[in-house]
Write a protein that binds this ligand. Structure first.
Ligand SMILES: [Zn+2]
Length: 399
């Protein structure tokens, strides 16, 4: 079985942290000058590990081994959220690099571009499976400052490069390591999470139409206040949803807007975004039915209500044989200190899973903190996670 070099792994991770270092975290948004500098550095490290790296027209780095024989694709994303943590994504890319060194000729490494959604939705990994059109690229804008993606790609020196496609025939499958980004492993004093599935995310827009009028002269008895109707629905969701949700379901009302939104005007319109996440499509379907029923009840009140679904990803099951290999490896290196668990966050692995068997491993996040400069994982936990993944990769490649 391969033995990883923990000091080398931590050294690489800390070097990558220098690109865009911001207090204890990093600021490395996709295609920024510092992000591109880090991509060229990663490509250089891949070359030193015996891979043939290529940075493609969407910013993906794919380091391919020239050796013949069966291979695993291992990776994650290398950019960060704005002013955020140093391990989100970077950990999985550096795990891939270390695996390529200890399993020479058998590992290709990927750093997918823009998983963090500065310009789009899983742009890099979706492009690599052939799911991003040129028209979509034309339409993408930076979420923070509005810069067109085409401009960003040109400034990054990527405009004239072809976009690479991953060839599924080349691989046994895809492995991705990631920080948990929650506090479950830490709370249970566990060291390794083996992902069973990546949750589906469904988002709905609910709108109420009331009658806009003067806040001082309109009697309470005759008002049609869209804001009041919306807040009543919020309360009903909090009361009713637990009855149909699963034990790990989550739901969030992430945005409420009142129109026109002024202190002396009764809201004539109100809108809310309701997002639900679960790993089981049947549970999501139950939650959607419940939400529709609540909106229908609300619609019978003074303010007509409508609902539309604006976002949907399907839950993605991780490959059972890969999960089993990760379980055997975890049992060897961290006996009784691991569990199987769903991922409440989206990851590139759910995109690669469209094309080939895929699996994920989590290491604990200190305090469950992520997307924040305080994001961290104990060095021993990082090294242990990489060793578990290396053994599992060797196991899968032998099978
Ligand atoms: Zn991430």
């Amino acid at each position: 079985m391969p033995t990883i070099d923990g000091a080398r792994l931590l050294g690489d991770l800390n070097r990558l942290r220098d690109f865009g270092r911001y207090e204890t975290g990093v600021h490395r948004p996709t295609y920024s000058p510092i992000d591109m500098e880090s991509r060229h550095w990663i490509a250089g490290r891949m070359a030193e590990a015996g891979l043939e790296p290529e940075i493609d027209g969407i910013g993906n780095i794919l380091g391919r081994s020239p050796a013949p024989g069966p291979k695993l694709l291992v990776g994650s994303h290398s950019e960060s959220q704005n002013h955020a943590g140093w391990l989100d994504g970077a950990l999985g890319v550096m795990f891939g690099l270390e695996l390529a060194r200890v399993l020479p000729g058998q590992i290709d490494v990927a750093a997918w571009a823009d998983e963090e959604g500065h310009y789009g939705v899983f742009l890099g990994s979706r492009s690599a499976i052939g799911d991003v059109t040129d028209a979509e690229i034309d339409a993408c804008r930076n979420a923070t400052q509005g810069k067109p993606l085409r401009t960003a790609l040109a400034e990054a020196g990527l405009a004239d490069r072809p976009r690479l496609r991953v060839d599924p025939a080349r691989y046994r499958g895809y492995l991705e390591a990631h920080i948990e980004q929650g506090d479950e492993l830490e709370a249970l004093a566990l060291k390794i999470g083996i992902v069973t599935s990546i949750v589906g995310i469904w988002t709905f827009r609910v709108t109420f139409t009331g009658v806009q009028n003067h806040a001082g002269t309109t009697r309470m008895a005759i008002r049609k206040d869209a804001g009041v109707a919306l807040v009543k629905l919020c309360t009903a969701i909090e009361q009713r949803m637990p009855e149909v949700a699963g034990p790990r379901s989550v739901w969030t009302i992430g945005r409420i807007t009142l129109s026109p939104g002024a202190q002396s005007i009764i809201p004539g319109g109100a809108e809310m975004l309701v997002q639900m996440r679960d790993a089981d499509p049947a549970v999501l379907a139950r939650m959607r039915t419940a939400l529709h029923a609540l909106v229908a009840e609300a619609n019978a009140g003074p303010c007509p209500a409508t609902i539309e679904q604006i976002f949907e990803t399907t839950p993605k099951l991780m490959a059972p044989p890969f999960r089993a290999a990760l379980g055997r490896s975890a049992e060897r290196h961290a006996p009784r200190l691991f569990q199987h668990m769903p991922s409440g966050a989206g990851h590139d692995a759910q995109i690669l899973a469209e094309l080939m068997p895929a699996a994920m491993l989590f290491v604990p996040s200190i305090g469950g903190i992520s997307h924040h400069i305080a994001e961290d994982t104990a060095p021993d936990d990082i090294v242990l996670g990489c060793q578990v993944m290396a053994d599992a990769a060797a196991d899968i490649l032998m099978g």
